[in-house]
Design a protein around this ligand. Sequence first.
Ligand SMILES: O=C(O)CCC(=O)C(=O)O
Ligand SMILES: [Fe+2]
Length: 209
Amino acid sequence: MNAPFQASLLGLDEELGVGPLGDTVRRTHLDRGAWIDLRLGWLSGADTLFERLAETVPWRAERRHMYDRVVDVPRLLKFYDEDETLPDPVLDDCRRALNEHYEEELGEPFRTAGLCFYRDGRDSVAWHGDTIGRGGTEDTMVAIVSVGDPRPLLLRPRGGGPSIRRDLGHGDLIVMGGSCQRTWEHAIPKTARPTGPRISIQFRPRGVR
Ligand SMILES: O=C(O)CCC(=O)C(=O)O
Ligand SMILES: [Fe+2]
């Protein structure tokens, strides 16, 4: 296979950038005042962004106390606070476009960016809501851009109930809004299936973690 053809199959020749939001965003109302917005394929050239972030972000492996043990966090992490320079200018474009679309409804801008790197199917995030900050008591939004291979993001009502699934990768956008962080939980489960790496970029307002 010649190189340009292969690059185009891999999407590496696509120009990197954000697409429109507006009425391309599809909202699904969950119960208890929670909702999700979906905009598949929002970023073009997403595989280029994946390669850049995989190489340039100073990824950190963390360890956390779990009951009486210290365990590896099963993904790599890097958090950019609101005064820090994002690792790629296209992430500034993402945040700007998200704020143009959502700031009126949200009542404040997205400011921080949390990055997660799921190296393979053994990496995951367990069921949780982003409730460390204000998301535990107030309605808010968390916008997640996914690059790399799709992984299922599952959502279920807190306390139990059927889960819903959205496969997210290659430039897809999901926004969890309303009461989603405190009345629902989300997870990226481990999988035994062969799975390529995925990076997620989560934009949050100040004080939401
Ligand atoms: O990787 C994802 O899409 C979800 C990450 C997440 O839920 C979190 O970091 O709080
Ligand atoms: Fe989360």
